[in-house]
Every structure is written in structure tokens, then in C-alpha cells.
Ligand binder design. Sequence first.
Ligand code: ISJ
Length: 401
Amino acid sequence: MSSSVLARPRPTHRAADLLSAYLPGSFYYSSPGGTVLADGVLRSVRAESGRRAEAVAAELAAAVADGVVEPIVVGALGFRPDSESSLVVPAVVRRASAPESGDGAVLSRQDRLGPWDITPRPEREAYAAAVVRALRRIEDGELEKVVLARSLELTADAPVPVPPLLARVVQANPAAHAFAVDITAVGDAAPRTLVGASPELLVSRRGVTVVANPLAGSRPRSTDEAENRRRIAELLSSDKDRREHAHVAAQVAEVLGRFCGELDVPSEPEVIGTPTMWHLSTRITGTLADPRDPATSSLALAEALHPTPAVCGTPTASARDLITELEPDDRGYYAGLVGWTGADGDGEWVVTIRCAEVCDRTVRVFAGAGIVEGSDPAAELAETSAKFRTLLGALGAEETS
Ligand SMILES: C=C(O[C@@H]1C=C(C(=O)O)C=C[C@H]1O)C(=O)O
């Protein structure tokens, strides 16, 4: 699991109680560093891309001036620079330590989820065809890497209850960065919630210390341990996966290097596991040169890093254009960022992957895979199927091929 820090000072609740207290509309976030449950809206942050950290800092300063003790901003930003965002200063913030195994067990059994009617977007063959087209563009020298995503739209015969879904997601992997964020926008006919369990720490900041843990290069996890050892060895020695990973690690290190006096970038990736996947991982740690510089708040750093080649590609602009051309739907919040930041700049943001958007009777589950020279369309399709399983398992659904 990617490591993480913090849930800010003095956890005063039990993690299991905060999970039980979650209701749609709340912001829930838990990671190995702790749990945050935030409710109510003191202030909403409205700002365009690139200016959000600045607007957030202004709202937090105003909250402090209003006498709010240790205010934070919580929420999510979408994938595209011009996409929606949901950032608020909540009225009530409760904190707990990290969830433990067994947390959420009772809640997760309370409601039946499904049965589901599942529609792939696009069809599996169309995704594989898009990978072939991307490979041609890479061959032509237009770009080096692009991450292509697809989604599954699941429909139930009744509104989908989010609390048991979140409980199942947390229960399946208490060490993940699990989240539930209200992303209802003006004009939505029903509340919309983003739910997920990201393995990927975009950036955390505590004082002068920043940590990022980019991932890229993947294998599905098997139920057989000998097979898993084989897959891990294969991943570590795969030239294609090492190249796919190097794009991300290099870009993250370059961006953080602009703000850090010291930066530790391991020369070799390691392999981390989730219950469904194995990933190449590089944990990068830095010391900020000037922690009072507003450009070094956790959200400002997250905005500077986003989108990394873990979800977009290299070069960023060409990859983003190709994603628009080849993916049938806008990504919305998928492949964006979720997290929180405090008035002192400390905070934690994760990449919005292994997630779903829940709205009334529908759930849209997302997954993408990095395409570089040497990628095999069938293997990339299988990789997205494996990544879907994080959410499909919690939903009690299976992709039919
Ligand atoms: C894009 C996703 O995952 C990202 C892509 C990976 C890859 O291509 O190997 C691995 C981990 C994530 O950085 C996703 O889960 O949807």
C-alpha cells in the first residue's frame, strides 16, 4: 500500500464510529494516517483551475478570522483543468485513527446491493481498438505514453445506498485511501457521490516534509501465492512496465524538485499490492525549501502535480488531447484528486482511481491503463477489468465479457 501521513491532531473518535456516522452529503476519507469525517458547509470554494489553492487559502484565512479552530478544506477536483470541483470548508470535522480490519462489517451486511444491469462504455472491443490507435500515435512519435480509461455503468432497480457501499470498500482494504465525496452539482436531479479506495498518494505535506507515491506498471493479483510471486518478478523485470513507470516517477520528482531543498527519489521502483492488483511504486520524499510559500500548500502542490502520467500521459498536453479524442465520455471526477488541506498548508491528496460515481439507481465504475510502445491491447483490457474489481467486489457485481 502506498504510505501516507496524518489525519491532523488529536483523533477523538473511533474509526468504526465515523464510518457508521457517514451519510451521503458528508465527506469521508480514511488512510493509514487516520480518518476524517466532515459535515455541513461553512464556505464553498469557487475558483478556476490553477487558482484553487489560492482561493482555498483565502477561505481558510476567512474561517480563521471568523474564529473557526483549525479549519480545513475537503473535497475533490476533476480530471480536466476546466472540470467541476467540489471543495468546501465543512462546519463539523471529526477525526479518528486509521480504520482497522473488521470496521464496517455490520454496516456492509445491512443492505443488498444490486442485482445489476451492466453496460460497458465503450464496448470491450472498442476499448482494445482505441489502444491500437493510441499505439499508432506513439509509433508516429506524437507522444510517449497515454492512459486510456473505460467505464461500466451499473443500474439497479432501486436507489443505491452509499453507506454500505463505503463500508464494504473500507472493509475490503482498510489500508487504502478510502473516500466518499458529495459531488452533486447544480442541475443534478439526484445527489451524486464519488466513492473509492485509491492506492495512490498524489502528495501529502506535514510541516516541511512532502511525500508522493506514484504508481504505474501493473499486474492483476492472483489467488495463488506462487503465481503472485511469478507476477511480481515479471513486473519488476518488464521493460515495458519500467518505462511506463519511469514517466510518472520522473515527472513527479521534477515538479516536487521545484519546491524542495532536498528530494529523495529511489532509483529503483518496488512492488506494492492491493487486494486486486500489483503495482510498480516509487515513494518520493522531500523537504520544502520555503514552507511559508503559498505555492507549497498541499493543494497547491497537488495542483502542480496533476495530472501525472499515471492517469494522463507524456507529454501531458498531447496525452490529454488523445484522451479526449479516444475516450467516448468525459472522465468527470475520475482521475482527478480527492483529499483535504489545512490553513497551515498541511494535508493529503490522492489520485481519484479505483472509484465509482453513484447517482440514484446508477453506479459508474472507472479504470484506465497506461499505454506505451510495446503495450498489448488484450493485456491492457484485462488490466482495466482487474482494476474494476476493487469496486465491483464491493458492489457484488462482476463484469461479463
Ligand atoms: C489509471 C488507473 O491506475 C493508474 C495506472 C496504472 C497503470 O497503468 O499501471 C497503475 C496505477 C495507477 O496509477 C486506474 O486504476 O484507473
